[in-house]
Design a protein around this ligand. Structure first.
Ligand code: FES
Length: 104
């Protein structure tokens, strides 16, 4: 399944991502600058913050309670913000696009 990360300066990273892989793991595997995944996906760092293209937001599921707490600490949180370690790739997300905010 294809995923596109749009970087702060407009560059794009496109990769094929296997079903079940978290979007954070895929970003780290593809050296997406600004997505660090420092806590390994345990919801304690927020260094996997991305902003989801509005068209895709409904397909990513709800923001979890702890995810919401962590997102509150993100300086540039937007209505479309998600922690990408909490998004698992599925066929419904083929073609998925996310924006990597300046602060990561
Ligand atoms: S990788 Fe740390 S909160 Fe997502």
């Amino acid at each position: 399944m294809k995923v596109t990360w749009v970087l702060p300066r407009g560059d794009e990273v496109v990769a094929d991502v296997a079903e079940g892989t978290s979007l954070m793991e895929a970003a780290v595997a593809n050296n997406v600058a600004g997505v660090d995944g420092e806590c390994g996906g345990s919801l304690s760092c927020a260094t996997c913050h991305v902003q989801v293209d509005a068209d895709w937001l409904g397909k990513t599921g709800e923001v979890g309670e702890f995810e919401g707490v962590m997102l509150d600490m993100v300086e540039d949180r937007a209505d479309t913000s998600r922690l990408s370690c909490q998004i698992r790739m599925s066929p419904a997300l083929d073609g998925f696009r996310v924006v990597v905010p300046d602060a990561g």
